[in-house]
Design a protein around this ligand. Structure first.
Ligand code: KIV
Ligand code: ZN
Length: 385
């Protein structure tokens, strides 16, 4: 089974979510949890952005062990120097240098032609190489870059000794077929491509970040980049937990897996949500409150007979205790009776029928009937009898 390296950027791209600002203590707390989750590489921040971020990256670099700690840098010497300063004390430091390559960015943002982009990136990698043995180079907006220029840029990064080359779909524009095809093209056209790891970095503007990342894996990506709960700029980044569970659940299809401690997923998700203040939607894949909850009678009946009828993975795998059968107006007698047994009540058929009718009346008025509501119904019935 091929190993896929996990590059977590919750503390950098994730922190770029509007309204999120993590202080040093919070970054270190998340970093320790990411360590427990078993990620391979952690982007701790963008040291040139502010003295506070530099200090936070440095605190993370010193706090975590057995993990590569990464600092982001534009293709500028001052940024590279800031990363050098921030990663002092890191066990396994790595610099992440980037430069935009697409025509739109070249023309409007950088005001550079292709030759200037190539030279600027080359000089930045050479300068970084004086300090760092591990360098990741990113072609920002690679998703909207001409194929021949992508090949030229990646050839240069390989020649200059980058260890990882990242191909971001910066604006979440591509479809899985198109994104996967870029990896295929690079594998077939870059000289010595086996000297570097290729990395996938997707944004979720069209809701395709997870699908695009999986397409990259199918076409040879060695590393995936993402964040916990998929937080990040605009609609966010690829959610790491979704990739890990897709590879785990569909091993036979992807023939690749991460080495994450999957049972730490739920805890990591809750911590990131609490410290960033970004609430996880109930229907979010893997970590949403409803991801393992069943409401309809047909589904609950199936679950009570055999869980694989409606669950393709178990909540225990991600560190949750059990699936939840939510009692509401779609629920059936089977789930109702089982919940009463759990609460310590085994009613005869007639009492059960009466209690069930009352439960349905209540369920018409409430979104969810809680255990407290059920206890009130039962106690009332028992007093009547
Ligand atoms: O989305 C992006 O292009 C980035 C780069 C800095 C890698 O986050
Ligand atoms: Zn990004």
């Amino acid at each position: 089974m091929r190993k896929i390296y996990v590059f977590d950027t919750t503390l950098r791209d994730g922190e770029q979510s509007p309204g999120v600002n993590l202080n040093t203590r919070e970054k270190v707390e998340i970093a320790h949890q990411l360590e427990r989750l078993g990620i391979d590489r952690m982007e701790a921040g963008f040291p040139a952005a502010s003295p506070g971020d530099l200090a936070a990256v440095n605190a993370v670099a010193k706090a975590v062990k057995n993990i590569t700690v990464i600092g982001l840098s534009r293709s500028r010497e001052q940024d590279i120097d800031a990363v050098k300063e921030a990663l002092k004390g890191a066990e396994d430091p790595c610099i992440h240098v980037f430069l935009a390559t697409s025509p739109i960015h070249r023309q409007h943002k950088l005001r550079m032609d292709k030759g200037q982009v190539l030279d600027t990136a080359r000089s930045a990698i050479r300068y970084a190489k004086k300090t760092f043995s591990k360098i990741e180079f990113s072609l920002e907006d690679a998703g909207r870059t001409e194929y021949d220029f992508l090949v030229e840029m990646v050839n240069m990064a390989v020649e200059e000794g980058a260890s990882v080359v990242n191909i971001p779909d910066t604006v979440g524009y591509l479809s899985p077929y198109e994104y996967g095809n870029i990896f295929k093209h690079l594998k077939e056209n870059v000289h010595n491509i086996d000297k570097v790891q290729l990395s996938a970095h997707c944004h979720n503007d069209l809701g395709m970040a997870t699908a695009n990342t999986l397409a990259a894996i199918l076409n040879g990506a060695d590393q995936i980049e993402g964040t916990i709960n998929g937080i990040g700029e605009r609609a966010g980044n690829t959610a790491i937990e979704e990739i890990a569970m897709a590879l785990e659940t569909r091993q036979e299809f992807f023939q690749a897996k991460t080495t994450l401690q999957l049972s730490e997923i739920a805890r990591t998700s809750r911590l990131v949500s609490r410290l960033t203040g970004m609430v996880v939607p109930g229907n979010k894949a893997i970590v949403g409150a409803n991801a393992f909850a069943h409401e309809s009678g047909i589904h609950q009946d199936g679950m009570l007979k055999e869980k694989t009828t409606y669950e393709i993975m178990t909540p225990e795998t991600i560190g949750l205790k059990e699936s939840k059968l939510v009692l509401g107006k779609h629920s059936g007698r089977h789930a109702f009776r089982e919940r009463l047994i759990d609460l310590g009540y085994e009613l005869d058929d007639e009492a059960l029928n009466r209690a069930f009718a009352q439960f349905k009346d209540l369920a018409d008025k409430k979104k969810e009937v809680t255990d407290e509501d059920l206890l009130a119904v039962i106690e009332e019935k028992l007093q009547d009898a």
